[in-house]
Design a binder for this molecule. Structure first.
Ligand SMILES: [Fe+2]
Ligand SMILES: [Fe+2]
Length: 203
């Protein structure tokens, strides 16, 4: 990305202020995705002991943080349609400046950046921007991706689609579009999501 684009559009050096500068729809989407992915990750830790798999005890914290800023790059798109596929890499580029505000350990900072950079990649290699496959997509990224898809489908204009159909459609894409473990955790954590986030604000 041209650094000139960055200068002038983002005029804050404070990470919280940056997040608060999101337009309201993007802010609410990011907030919901962060909550969904956090609950799914907590569930994974509790029932699948995923923290052992990832080698870190702060798995859900990383998932939450990465999800809260996963669409950061959209702030810098000059044309939301034409440049859409660039938003993950632009977001990761921008976030490098805020690394130290994000989280204390360098390894965890890297994991947050990966979440932003890779949240549209797919296990089958058909995602974007890099078209990498499951072997190169870290598991914490998969949690953000599935939570992102869930929010998009819940907020879709077509309100006739019920939640069971949404979950079924995500389930059918396990292993191809979404990480299988993340989908499994979403399905089993769904009741917790509804319980903890009972008052839906899907505007
Ligand atoms: Fe995105
Ligand atoms: Fe998103």
């Amino acid at each position: 990305m041209n650094p000139e684009r960055k200068i002038g559009i983002i005029d804050t050096h404070d990470f919280d202020a940056l997040l608060n500068s999101f337009p309201p729809p993007l802010y609410r989407h990011s907030h919901r995705v962060a909550i969904y992915s956090f609950i799914i990750a907590e569930h994974a830790i509790k029932f699948l002991r995923l923290c052992d798999l990832t080698g870190g005890k702060r798995f859900s914290e990383v998932v939450h943080l990465g999800s809260s800023c996963h669409d950061l790059g959209k702030l810098l798109l000059l044309d939301q349609d034409k440049e859409y596929k660039e938003h993950p890499s632009i977001g990761a580029y921008l976030l490098k400046d805020y690394k130290k505000d994000l989280i204390d350990e360098e390894e965890l900072q890297t994991a947050v950046l990966e979440t932003v950079n890779l949240h549209h990649e797919q296990p089958n290699g058909n995602g974007f921007p890099n078209k990498i496959n499951s072997s190169e997509i870290p598991i914490h990224v998969g949690f953000c991706s599935v939570a992102n898809a869930l929010d998009h489908r819940l907020t879709k204009k077509d309100k006739d689609t019920c939640i069971d159909e949404i979950l079924e459609s995500i389930k059918r894409q396990a292993g191809t579009v979404f990480c299988e473990i993340a989908v499994e955790c979403l399905i089993s954590a769904w009741k917790c999501i509804v319980k903890r986030y009972g008052e839906w604000d899907l505007e």
